[in-house]
Design a protein around this ligand. Structure first.
Ligand code: 4AZ
Length: 279
């Protein structure tokens, strides 16, 4: 899976170039080919739902403008969340190491990436999680040249919100091997406990990753290009809080194969310190 993840990350980067060149051209063919053999068993299940008119993120619906103001799309083809107005929290596998970096553009303030209200800001620096080696620790920070004037998303500092139903959102594929989306899609997925998720993925790093999805039916999930985006929920006090970062999974929305997310609470102290230390 580690190799597959790295490949996926490379494909996303490649896809972003394609995206820049041909706007929202399909990137699904390369993706689908990538794990062609593994895909076969659940292909029928995926196709069964492909004519469902509500089938979006996978199995989601369009977000409202302003509904999730912290959401950003990153130019390498990932999602992210505003941790501060000028700091984006994303996945380590979306970036290429740490250091000064002006090659990433963050787009914020919109649901529709073609909306003229969009705000585009360049990166100045990237911090990839220290010790990241493709297994766990899938978080990174991107410092922006200017703030994006939108509400930020606080991160979970303990595991008390690692339960219940979560919201996922992004501009990634709306089905396995599908196209990147011009409009942000959102969906709700339930928590999957570590023991169940370990049964699906023996390589799961339980302290560093948490899982969500519908074990029985699949159908609703994050997918290629949603990586780096936040998984969040409301606390008992009614505030949105980020509990996960879209990280990986076997395919998208396959029964028995939930989405895997970086367990934000595990890294909250590291993330806060790293953000404070950015230039
Ligand atoms: C990806 O490559 C990706 N179904 C994101 C989420 C999932 C699989 C792949 C989970 O960005």
């Amino acid at each position: 899976m580690q190799k597959q993840r790295k490949k996926i990350a490379r494909l996303i980067a490649g896809a972003a170039v394609a995206l820049a060149a041909v706007s929202l051209a399909p990137m699904g063919i390369a993706m689908a080919g990538e794990d062609g053999a593994k895909k076969a068993p659940s292909q029928a299940a995926v196709e069964q739902h492909s004519d469902d008119i509500s089938a979006k993120i996978v199995g989601g619906t369009e977000a409202e403008k302003g509904e999730f103001p912290w959401m950003v799309r990153l130019s390498m083809g990932c999602g992210g969340a505003l941790f501060e107005k000028d700091v984006v929290l994303t996945a380590a596998h979306c970036v290429d190491g740490s250091g000064p970096n002006d090659s990433i553009t963050a787009t914020g303030g919109v649901v529709d990436l073609e909306d003229s209200d969009k705000v585009e800001v360049k990166s100045t620096e990237v911090l990839q999680a220290p010790g990241y080696d493709g297994k766990g620790k899938d978080w990174a920070l991107i410092k922006l040249a200017e703030p994006i004037d939108q509400e930020t998303l606080p991160i979970a500092e303990d595991d008390s919100n690692n339960k219940g139903d979560f919201t996922i959102a992004g501009w990634g594929a709306d089905k396995e091997g599908g196209e990147q989306q011009q409009k942000m899609l959102k969906a709700e997925v339930p928590f999957v406990d570590d023991a169940t998720c370990k049964g699906a993925y023996s390589e799961l790093v339980e302290k560093e990753e948490l899982c969500a999805g519908f074990m029985d039916k699949g159908e609703i999930d994050s997918c290629q290009g949603d990586s780096g985006g936040p998984m969040f929920r409301k606390t008992e006090g009614g505030e949105f809080i980020q509990v996960g970062i879209v990280s990986w999974g076997e395919g998208c929305a396959r029964p028995g194969k939930p989405g895997v997310y970086t367990e934000v609470s595990t890294f909250a102290a590291d993330i806060k310190k790293a953000a404070a230390d950015l230039g």
